[in-house]
Structures are given as C-alpha cells and as structure tokens.
Design a binder for this molecule. Structure first.
Ligand code: AMP
Length: 440
C-alpha cells in the first residue's frame, strides 16, 4: 500500500524555506506569546485573528504594488471559484480591513489590536529569513497623536527587554506625507542619477520605480552613495516636523535609547511620518575572535511606523494609525544568542504505575482525580511491565511513584514510593490525592 502511494519510498520534506517547529522551540514561542499577552494587558490591546488568505488586491493596494513584498514575494493564486487570493505576507492591511468590515468605528476609539501567527513571503531562505515565519503585531487605529507613536515603540521595547534581550537599539526617522515625499523624491532622483553608474542594477531600476528603496539597499557600493544623499527630514512640513520632534522628546522622557537614521524608509509604501526599527546589536568580535573582526552585527527584530493613509488606499476613510510587527523566529534566535532559557512546561512530580487490568482501570480514574486537583501525573499506561514503568518514573525525576498492583486494586489501597529514598508505604486509595497534594 505504502509503495503504491510513494513508490520511490522517498521521505517527504517541508517546502523550501519552511520548517517544522519542534516542541523545544515551541516552548520559546510559548514564552513570547505570554510576553505579548502580558503587554497587551498592560497597554489595553485586544487580540484579533484574521484569515491566512486574503484578496490579493488588499496587499496590492495596501502594502503597495511596487514593494518587494508584493512584487516579488507574495504567494498568490486563483481559486476554483476564480477568486484571486494571496497568503498573507504581513498583517497590517488585514487589521485595517477588519476595522471597516467589522464596524469598529462604533467601538471606543482608538481601537487597539494585537495579533500573532504565520506569514508567508517567497524570499531566498537564509539565516533568520524564511518563507513561512511568524510575526506578532500591535496596532493603534484612529489616533494621530505623537504620544501613541512613542507608546508603541515603548511597548515593543519593554516586551523585548522582558524577554531578557539586551543591547537593543531603536532606529527612527520621519518620512512625512506623500506630498512631502514627492518633492524629496525629485531631489533624491536628481542626486542618484548623478551617481547612476556606481549603483547596483536593482537600484538603477529602483530610481525609476521606487527611488526611496535605494536608501535601504544593502549593497556597500549603494550605501556609500546614499551616505551623501539629500535627507527627507529637510523636506518635511512644520506639522510633520513638530510631530516627529514630539515623538523624540517622549522617547527621551521614557529613556528609550534611539538612533536617528535619516535614511530609514522601510520597505512598505503605506508609512507616513514616524518609521522605526528595533534591532539587537551584537559585537561580532566575541564570536569571531580568531579572525579578529570587530564588526557590529545588527539583526532587526521589529519594524513599524505610522500609516495615516493606508485606510484610504484600501477603500476606507482617512484614519490615522500606528503600529509595528516583530519576527518571532528572529527573537528566538536573539534569545538563544543571549542564552535566555525557553519556558519549559511544568514537570510532573508524580508517576502512576499499574499492574494488571483492574489496576489499569483504577489508574485511569485516579489520573482524572489528580487532574481535578491540578496535580500533573505522568504514566505509561500502554506498558505492563512494572520495571519499565518505574524506570520511566526514575528518568523523569518525579518525587513520588504511586503503584497500583493486583492486590492494591482489590484492597482499594495504593503503594506510595518516595523515589529518592525508596521508602514505600500503603495509603488508602481514596486518600491518595489529598496525601500527595499535602506533600507537594
Ligand atoms: P516587516 O513586516 O518586513 O517590517 O518585518 C518585521 C519583522 O518581521 C522583521 O524585523 C523580522 O524580524 C521579521 N521578518 C520579516 N520577514 C521575515 C522572514 N522572511 N523570515 C523571518 N522573519 C522575518
């Protein structure tokens, strides 16, 4: 039968860039999710879950047609019913769609939502870059105040610090509104054209399509040109300038360290005013001692900003909003580097061993009674050998083993064994849960 389905007997593997998340890593996910829940409670955010598939136009119009995410990385397809859908590459457009679709305008404003789940981008897989990865995001909808921008940054910063990540830096910039950007873009294109031959082929193309993207090109040759480029900050209106000044003052007030990066624009079209990233900084010298390199390794964990025009671009009314998204896999890698332990599930302190059919039934009932009392019990019900069961109890490092043999099942007693000393005593079957509860 197996041969018919898989004649070559090849073991199937996950698609490129996608991974199984095994229990050990799952514990780190659990820890991060707990941190999100804690901050959501502290800052009054409510959880939202939205579909993994969305109408493709939501991202074309929301994220932007000429962004790498939409242009190059989106998994999209036509369904049998001729709908054009995409696997969600990011969460923000869905949150805005839900705001209008679900009538959140009638809720108390601003609406503060958070989410966590898998996202998909057809990228070249490499360390910290996958085709299926996980993000959590926090978004504040319908509030334009600078204090909210500062609070979103504070939330992500606190959340990462709460996961014991150190050496965090916030990079921040303001990119104003599209009107201001249009004027800036003219000056930028003029400058870039003067240095056309020194730019990489991608950036030579970007000059025509999306010149701001040249600013975050990773090629060294392009970065050298960018270092002398005009800065967007010089093209902002007074209102945008004041808004940005206020955000920075608040960050100083909150003692959140930040670096002003005049060339930070982020890869998505919808940002307005504040844009930010939070990265961990690691001195590579520690890892690369023998090569004597003293290079700083920055891994971006969070990206976000204000997106006052996104609602309009996907068909809603204008609505100021700000938020950010963090990469879970990247955070886990940073936690590993910082030697932060994942949260392990609580270990059982009691093992229940059984011998004989009647004892097995009794054991099933007793497990239920322990469950009701909130005591976690380990067992090996599928095995009959007492030796094998006690060996497992030993390897789990439990404090007590409870043994129900044939005699105990008839007498309505159990044998309670203290694993450390080997001391055994008989306890009334109906009292064992209370006895254990008292001892633990
Ligand atoms: P973005 O939505 O592109 O602003 O990304 C926000 C964060 O998500 C980044 O800072 C990363 O931590 C994470 N991230 C983005 N793309 C990937 C990917 N392909 N694989 C793993 N993490 C990612």
């Amino acid at each position: 039968m197996d041969e018919e389905i898989n004649p070559s007997k090849e073991i199937f593997r996950t698609p490129k860039g996608m991974r199984d998340i095994l229990p050990k890593e799952g514990n780190s996910f659990y820890r991060i999710e707990n941190a999100c829940r804690r901050e959501a409670r502290n800052y009054n955010f409510q959880k939202i879950d939205f579909p993994i598939l969305e109408n493709i136009d939501l991202f074309k119009k929301g994220t932007g047609l000429y962004t790498d995410i939409v242009e190059k990385q989106m998994y999209s397809f036509r369904t049998k019913g001729n709908e054009k859908l995409a696997l969600r590459p990011e969460g923000t457009p869905s949150v805005i769609r839900a705001y209008f679709q679900e009538g959140m305008r009638a809720w108390r404003q601003p609406v503060k939502l958070w989410y966590m789940g898998p996202f998909f981008r057809h990228e070249n897989p490499q360390a910290g870059r996958y085709r299926q990865f996980h993000q959590f995001g926090f978004e504040v909808l319908n509030d334009g105040a600078a204090v909210i921008d500062a609070q979103i940054i504070q939330l992500f910063f606190n959340l990462l610090e709460g996961l014991h990540l150190k050496d965090l830096v916030v990079e921040i910039n303001s990119i104003g509104y599209p009107e201001e950007r249009a004027v800036y873009q003219l000056a930028l294109v003029k400058y870039l054209k003067r240095h056309f031959s020194q730019l990489c082929p991608d950036c030579q193309r970007r000059i025509r399509i999306n010149p701001l993207r040249v600013l975050d090109c990773k090629q060294l040759s392009c970065q050298k040109i960018v270092a002398g480029a005009p800065q967007i900050i010089d093209y902002l209106s007074n209102e945008c300038n004041n808004h940005f000044k206020e955000v920075l003052e608040l960050l100083e007030e909150l003692e959140i360290p930040y670096d002003l990066n005049p060339y930070l624009v982020r890869g998505l079209d919808y940002y307005t005013r504040t844009v930010f990233e939070i990265a961990t900084v690691q001195n590579k010298k520690q890892d690369d001692e023998d090569q004597g390199k003293d290079k700083e390794l920055r891994q971006t964990l969070v990206g976000g900003g204000r997106y006052d025009r996104l609602a309009r671009s996907i068909g809603g009314n204008d609505m100021p909003a700000v938020g950010g998204a963090a990469g879970v896999e990247r955070i886990i890698e940073a936690m590993k580097r910082a030697k932060v332990k994942p949260v392990y599930p609580e270990k059982p302190l009691v093992f229940l061993a059984q011998l004989g059919e009647r004892a097995k039934k009794e054991a099933l009932k007793l497990i239920e009674e322990f469950r009701e009392k909130g005591v976690k019990v380990a067992e090996l019900l599928g095995r009959d050998s007492l030796k094998a069961q006690l060996k497992r109890a030993d390897s789990l490092g439990v404090k007590y083993a409870i043994i129900i043999g044939r005699k105990e099942a008839i007498n309505r007693t159990v044998t309670l064994k203290t694993m450390k000393t080997g001391y055994q005593t008989s306890v009334d079957r109906d009292k064992i849960t209370s006895v254990i509860k008292k001892r633990l």
